[in-house]
Every structure is written in structure tokens, then in C-alpha cells.
Design a binder for this molecule. Structure first.
Ligand code: MOS
Length: 685
């Protein structure tokens, strides 16, 4: 149990975030967003904005410098007159103070040639198409056996459609850049990012620089959840503006502007068809997904991916269809794909359990797979059943009456639900260095990003263990692209990827330590590219089980979650205290997804109507009561030197389904459209 190494810095305010670097002569940026949902910019009138004392520059498509072409269309800031969605950044003001910048931004007047935006996702949208691939490089469609026939002939059939809304990440620290061009023409970015190295690469490309000419510093990051996994327009804006005015420029995206400019989880429409024999053994699984992307860039989420991993059945199909709408481009949000996909699959599994009269824990045990169902690969380890059994035991599942609506305390209906979780155990190549200093300490460096997960601490523990040194002798340095290149803190791959590089660097260093360390120290480095290429083929995934209890108020439809337990099988846990925090954080987000979170598209004008945390509801302390997470022992030799699987995302996967299943059990009403609000529930109570 090791508390975060930077916890003292954080609680005393000494930890510096991107906005807080004290640069001489810093100027401030404020962004102007499009007021039309689609169209062309006819003119940008900056006259009155420029007249305001303290305004240094106004940038837009009319005067912005050309940027190099880059694959992420959202980063082509001011490169055309086309407005692709309402809320898109179309101009920016730089001023001596933030207040002046904001006031001047208000005075920028833009004339448009507007067109009607097409912003609503629907399952019969004529623009739906099959993407070449979905995220994580997966095939959009898969098919094995004859799922239609098997489904038609099944004794138990569930044919249901689940819908999930757009959801927005809301890290406490907004997306922030402090940009500074140095005298030698190089660029320094103090940036709130999940990946200093990839961020460096992309920004260098956009500004036509060599990678080494850009330095990205992200020593401390106040959350990301995926939304800081790829650079956002704020970085380009700040860098462009800083060059324009010849001064450092700071830009923290105001929360009101985050909803349109920093990405969100695509809404989904998911048709689930599950066929089973009378004992609940699945004979057919069909998962058909409809989701959205933008006209700026294709982002096709791999929503049905977990269905390819979870349960045994000979006949199966998964499909993804996307439509380009006049909306901001969807992006990464904690367990993209797995989260909405497992909500649908695990909710539908509950419906199979009810239809077949099989206990929902037992149903999942019966359908457990001994190989990855669609690839046929052996699992490196799969302990879903152990999670279900351990969880059922701890939660007190035994003796549960499956009849809905029978447990009542006063005017409250009580119910319990279960759902499984899964998330891939990924690993990306990267580098690290380890140095022995003359004073007996060690310095380990890698361009990883600790976005609040405890990554720095986990890596220090891994280094100390490898070096056989006390933790206090290890200086772990992350969050700077000038350190050895590292992959993004994404896909729950951080600890596994970076940890491998750290172990190898430390091992090499140990081999070179022989007697006294010279004044300049001894350094060793590692690159894991070859090691990862040589890894054997296995299906590597973490698994878990969520158990939730809910109370439904019969008069108001209000839903409370008095109790929730998650049990996970994710290899070796490196640091229990921060691991638990990751799990219960994910589960808390699952409660939010089940009951509260929803971004509402303005059907007429475009853009999301939610602009703050008063309108976008997330769970607060009062909503999260007895929540706990634990893990089963799992020893897996096919992963990495630590034997660990990623834990940042699996906590949210399936969590919303467990809550929804508990609601259905409590009151016998199955709401298949998230979030499950009192307004949706009450008419049926
Ligand atoms: Mo995570 S949504 O892969 O950063």
C-alpha cells in the first residue's frame, strides 16, 4: 500500500498544472465558437474586438497561418471557411488579460451562409455506412455459423434494442495549454495531456517541426478519462497564437466550451438478439450497433468488440454502422466500445436469465468460454467465473428471489443485479532510462503521463522492486516528452507498457552496477519494441463482475444505489490503494452512466445543450454509498514482467448494466434507454 508519491505536492498546491507555469509576459487566449450548425463563413469582423485596449491579436480563417496537413481534422484550426458543427472554434482573441480576451471574443462578429445541420442519430438514417474498420483496428463486422437460423430456432429468444446517449468526460482540470516559442524556434507546451510523446509528434507535424523541436511537459494532469488521449484544438490554438504575438500564451478551455471541443462518447443504438436453449446456453448472439461520427473525421467506436470476447455460442454476428453528422467528432471516453457494448450485452443477458428462468450469475457461468469465441485464441488467463462466485459470496447473492418487485421497505422497492466486465490487456512499445546516482539513489525516466491514476507511484514501485532498492531511493520522473518515448495513457495500457520498459532498463542497469558509481552516474536504457513483437499470440483480457443493489422510490421513481461491489481478475495488482481507487472510480462512472449522464443534442441548431455540471449530472458523494472493489488472485505468465493487466477502465465496463438489471429486478420495469431517470421509470410504476 503506497500512497501517491506526489500527494503532498498535490494537497499543498505545489504540484504545477499546465496553466500554472509562471512564464514572463504570458498572454491569454479566448476562443470564439460557431453559432451556426453548418455552413460557410462569409466574413469575420474583428474591428471592435481589436479596438479593445489590451487586445494583441484576433485569429480566424481570414488571417491564420497555414498549418501542415494532419490526419485529425479537428486540429486543422482556422484552415477553412467551412463550419462543420455548432460550437466549432472559428476565431480566437489573444489579450493581456483573460478578462480582456473574453470580452473581445464576445465582440467578434461572424457572418455565415448557413445550411440546415443534420445532427440526430437514428437507426434508419440514410447516411449509415459500414466503416472500413472500427477503433483498435478491428473489423466492423464478424460472423460465424448461421446466427439468423440459430436464433429463429432457439427455445429462448431475446430481441431487444438498447440505446445510450452521448456522454462527456469532465475532468476537473480542463484541457489546457501554455505555449511558448523559444528563441531558437523550438516550441514548449505545458499541456494537460495523457501522452507527452504522441502529443509532441502531432504538434511537431502540424507546425512543420522536427519532433525534437517540440517539448511537451505534463508533470501533473487533473484527469482525462480519454478526452486528453489525443491533442485537442486548444494546443494548436495556443501554439499558433503564441507565435503570432511573440509571447507565451495560456489557454484553459472553459467548461462551457469543453462540451463542443474536447470530445464525447458517441450515442449508440444497439440491437441485441440472443438465442439460448432451455438451460440458458447461448446458441446465437447478434449485436448490431448504430453510432455517429462527424464530417470532420471518422471516429468509429468498437462498441460490439466485447461481444466477440465474452460468451460461447457457435452462431454469432457483430456489426457496426456509423453516420457522418454535423456534430463534433466523438472521442475517447473511459473504455470506449466496451462500456456501451457491455451495457447492452450484459443487460440482454439479464433478460435471457429472466426468460430462461436461470439465475443470472449461473447463466454467465454456463456460458463461460474456454477460448476467445471469435478468434479461437487461448486466453492468457480468464477468471470471470471466479469473480462471479467470489462476488456472489461477498455480496450475499445466495437465496435471491428472482421475482421482480417483491422486496419492499415502505415505499421503496429493492432489487439486486449482476453484470460481467471485460477489458483488453494491451501493451505498447516504448523506452525508459534508469540511472544509478553516486549518492546511492536511482533516477528512472519515461515520458509517461500520470493523469491522476497513480501511474508515477506504480512505476516507482516496479523500478524499486527490479532494482531491489527501497522505494525512497528511487526518483521516478514522468510527464515530459524529453524523457524516453512512451505510449499514451490510454486503453488501460500504461502500467503494462511503461512498466515493461522500466523493468528492462532497471535490469540492464543492475547488470552494469559493479562497485562504486562514478560522479556522472551510470545509465541504462531500454526499448521494448522487439520484446513486444516477439510476444506469443494469446487473447489477453481482464475480467470482472459487478453486483449492485438499488432502491426505487415508488412515488417519485428516484433510484438510489445503496450498495455496489466489483470483483476483478486483472493479473497482479501493483499498488492496492491506487488500484482500488481506479476500480471504484470506474464503478462510480458506471452509476453516472446508468442513472444520470446524458448530453442532449439541440435538434434544431446543433451542439450539445449541456454546458456545465449543473446540467450534466455526475454522481456526487451522496450518490455513492457503500461501494467496494476487490480482486481475485490471478497469476498470468503471458502478460509482461509484472504479470499485470490494465485496471483504468474495467471498473466502468458492465457497471451500468448491473445497476439497470437491479432496477429491473426491483420494480419489474426494464428501461432500455440510458440514463434510467425517474421520468422514464415513473409512468410504469
Ligand atoms: Mo482511455 S478512454 O483509452 O484514455
Amino acid at each position: 500500500m503506497t500512497n501517491r508519491l506526489e500527494s503532498r505536492e498535490k494537497v499543498t498546491g505545489a504540484a504545477r498544472y499546465a496553466f500554472e507555469y509562471p512564464l514572463q509576459d504570458a498572454a491569454y487566449l479566448s476562443a470564439v465558437q460557431a453559432h451556426t450548425g453548418r455552413g460557410e463563413i462569409v466574413s469575420v469582423d474583428t474591428e471592435s474586438a481589436r479596438r479593445l485596449p489590451g487586445v494583441l491579436a484576433v485569429l480566424s480563417c481570414e488571417n491564420a497561418p497555414r498549418l501542415e496537413e494532419q490526419s485529425n481534422g479537428e486540429l486543422a484550426v482556422f484552415q477553412s471557411r467551412t463550419v462543420s458543427y455548432r460550437g466549432q472554434v472559428i476565431a480566437a482573441v489573444v489579450a493581456e488579460t483573460l478578462e480582456t480576451a473574453r470580452e473581445a471574443a464576445r465582440l467578434v462578429h461572424v457572418e455565415y451562409a448557413p445550411e440546415d445541420p443534420d445532427v440526430l442519430l437514428r437507426r434508419d438514417h440514410p447516411g449509415l455506412y459500414k466503416p472500413e474498420q472500427v477503433n483498435a483496428g478491428l473489423a466492423p463486422d464478424t460472423e460465424l455459423g448461421d446466427p439468423d437460423r440459430a436464433f429463429d430456432g432457439a427455445a429462448v429468444r431475446v430481441d431487444v434494442t438498447y440505446t445510450t446517449p452521448a456522454e462527456h468526460n469532465n475532468p476537473m482540470e480542463p484541457h489546457t495549454t501554455t505555449a511558448h516559442w523559444n528563441e531558437d524556434g523550438t516550441l514548449t507546451l505545458y499541456e494537460s495531456t495523457q501522452g507527452p510523446s504522441p502529443h509532441q509528434q502531432v504538434l511537431a507535424q502540424i507546425f512543420g517541426l522536427d519532433r525534437e523541436q517540440v517539448r511537451v511537459v505534463s508533470t501533473h494532469v487533473g484527469g482525462g478519462f480519454g478526452s486528453k488521449g489525443t491533442p485537442r484544438p486548444n494546443a494548436v490554438l495556443a501554439a499558433m497564437a503564441a507565435r503570432e504575438v511573440g509571447r507565451p500564451v495560456k489557454f484553459a478551455v472553459p467548461r462551457r466550451q469543453m462540451f463542443a471541443t474536447t470530445g464525447y462518447r458517441t450515442p449508440t443504438i444497439q440491437r441485441m438478439r440472443l438465442g439460448a436453449d432451455p438451460d440458458g446456453r447461448l446458441t446465437a448472439i447478434m449485436h448490431d450497433v448504430v453510432e455517429q461520427t462527424s464530417t470532420v473525421q471518422e471516429f468509429a467506436e468498437q462498441t460490439a468488440a466485447p461481444t466477440r470476447v465474452m460468451y460461447q455460442a457457435v452462431n454469432r454476428r457483430t456489426t457496426h454502422r456509423v453516420v457522418r453528422l454535423d456534430v463534433p467528432t466523438p472521442s475517447w471516453m473511459r473504455a470506449p466500445g466496451e462500456t456501451p457494448g457491455m451495457y447492452a450485452l450484459e443487460s440482454a443477458m439479464d433478460e435471457v436469465a429472466v426468460a430462461a428462468g436461470v439465475d443470472p450469475v449461473e447463466l454467465r457461468v454456463r456460458n463461460d468460454a474456454d477460448r476467445e469465441p471469435e478468434s479461437g485464441l487461448p486466453f492468457s488467463s480468464r477468471n470471470l467465473v471466479a469473480c462471479l462466485e467470489e462476488g456472489a459470496d461477498r455480496f450475499g447473492w445466495e437465496g435471491r428471489d428472482p421475482t421482480p418487485g417483491v422486496r419492499r421497505v415502505g415505499r421503496k422497492l429493492l432489487g439486486t443485479g449482476v453484470a460481467a466486465a471485460t477489458y483488453p490487456a494491451r501493451r505498447n512499445p516504448g523506452q525508459a532510462t534508469a540511472r544509478a546516482e553516486q549518492d546511492g539513489t536511482f533516477t528512472v525516466r519515461i515520458a509517461a503521463s500520470d493523469i491522476g491514476t497513480g501511474a508515477r507511484t506504480a512505476l516507482a514501485l516496479i523500478a524499486a522492486e527490479t532494482l531491489k532498492a527501497d522505494l525512497g531511493r528511487v526518483r521516478m520522473e514522468v510527464g515530459d516528452s524529453s524523457f524516453p518515448t512512451a505510449s499514451v495513457a490510454g486503453g488501460s495500457s500504461g502500467t503494462a507498457s511503461w512498466g515493461t520498459a522500466v523493468v528492462r532498463a532497471c535490469e540492464t542497469l543492475l547488470g552494469r552496477l559493479n562497485g562504486a558509481v562514478p560522479p556522472e552516474g551510470i545509465e541504462a536504457s531500454a526499448d521494448t519494441t522487439d520484446e513486444l513483437k516477439a510476444a506469443e499470440e494469446y487473447a489477453r483480457h481482464g475480467f470482472g463482475a459487478h453486483f449492485a443493489e438499488v432502491e426505487v422510490d415508488m412515488d417519485t421513481g428516484e433510484i438510489r444505489v445503496p450498495r455496489m461491489l466489483g470483483v476483478f481478475a486483472v493479473g497482479r495488482i501493483i499498488n492496492p490503494v491506487t488500484a482500488r481507487s481506479q476500480f471504484i472510480g470506474g464503478m462510480t462512472m458506471g452509476i453516472g452512466m446508468a442513472l444520470m449522464e446524458e448530453s442532449i443534442m439541440d435538434a434544431e441548431f446543433g451542439d450539445y445543450l449541456n454546458r456545465d455540471l449543473a446540467q450534466y449530472h455526475v454522481p456526487s458523494c451522496a450518490d455513492v454509498r457503500d461501494i467496494d472493489a476487490m480482486w481475485v488472485e490471478e497469476s498470468d505468465p503471458h502478460l509482461n514482467p509484472m504479470g499485470s493487466k490494465g485496471i483504468g477502465e474495467i471498473g466502468i465496463v458492465g457497471a451500468a448494466a448491473a445497476v439497470g438489471n437491479a432496477v429491473a429486478h426491483a420494480c419489474g420495469v426494464r428501461v432500455r434507454d440510458l440514463p434510467i431517470t425517474p421520468a422514464k421509470l415513473l409512468p410504469h410504476l
